[in-house]
Design a protein around this ligand. Structure first.
Ligand code: HEC
Ligand code: HEC
Length: 217
């Protein structure tokens, strides 16, 4: 049993490395490579996928690294995933928006079968983000929650503060700052979105203070 599991893991790893290599080649060969590479940050690795040996993890590694870096199932809450997968599968089938952009890269891109798509959606939903419940944390709407509220819902829902301890949050927030730079969102040195309101700033200390107040003990 042990050997079998090990072999499965090795094969899985080899397949993943292969897919990721192919995606890198596709980026390198395409004038749109730099854009695609920036869609998702390189912060999340194959070995961090939940339930590593499951078919959901395996399908994510097979299909979801063909155009951009590996998506983290915890990035989005469950209701968000079916629509995203729908959009991605249309692209894999060559029918998505960004059609012309994708078409020069489409050679060799594979699309999941309907059954595989179902497994993918179930897997992503199961390991999705738990959103913050504003009834439980009403201060998210007060000024003490503002820095967190504005910065942390730019790419996904506001996360439940109980997800991490205060120390873990500091590391997550630091990684999110990298994600913002990678994905080119507001980090405070960008031109103002609304000049009248001044330049939006990433107020890290206030964000960490909010999360610390409500973090898992
Ligand atoms: C054929 C290329 C292609 C494949 C394969 C692909 N994506 Fe994407 N993905 C894109 C493009 C282009 C964007 C940016 C535009 C957009 O957001 O629709 C994107 C953006 C994303 C984003 C960031 C936008 C958001 O809504 O948060 C996520 C998350 C994502 N993809 C998940 C996935 C998952 C999960 C899979 C596997 C089921 C997948 N992608 C497979 C092309 C692809
Ligand atoms: C630029 C887009 C973007 C912004 C803005 C953003 N995130 Fe994220 N977030 C991501 C991406 C991409 C992932 C998945 C990859 C990863 O985990 O690094 C993610 C995943 C997460 C997760 C799930 C993974 C985990 O480690 O628990 C949490 C929680 C999270 N973000 C919290 C935050 C917080 C708090 C902020 C505000 C400081 C924030 N995010 C702002 C892009 C963003």
């Amino acid at each position: 049993m042990r050997t079998l599991a090990l072999v499965a893991l090795l094969i899985c790893g080899a397949v993943a490395a292969d897919e990721i290599d192919q995606a890198k080649k596709r980026w390198a060969g395409s004038p749109h490579g730099p854009l695609l590479e920036r869609i998702l940050p390189p912060t999340f690795e194959a070995r961090q996928l939940p339930e590593r040996g499951s078919s959901g993890a395996e399908l994510t590694l097979r299909y979801c690294v063909q155009c951009h870096n590996l998506p983290n199932p915890a990035m989005h809450h469950a209701p968000k995933w079916p629509g995203i997968v729908e959009r991605m599968v249309l692209r894999m089938e060559g029918r998505g928006n960004l059609g012309p952009l994708m078409s020069d890269m489409m050679a060799g891109v594979r699309a999941p079968t309907p059954e595989e798509k179902r497994v993918l959606v179930a897997y992503l939903r199961k390991h999705g983000q738990k959103p913050l419940d504003p009834k439980r944390y009403p201060d998210v709407y007060l000024s003490s929650g503002e820095a967190f509220r504005l910065a942390c819902n730019q790419c996904h829902v506001l996360p439940d503060p109980r997800r991490h301890t205060a120390a873990e949050w500091r590391a997550v927030v630091a990684r999110m700052q990298e994600n913002m730079e990678w994905m080119n969102r507001v980090v405070g040195t960008q031109p103002a979105l609304d000049r009248a309101a001044g330049e939006p700033q990433l107020r890290l200390e206030e964000i960490n203070a909010f999360l610390e107040r409500h973090a898992r003990k």
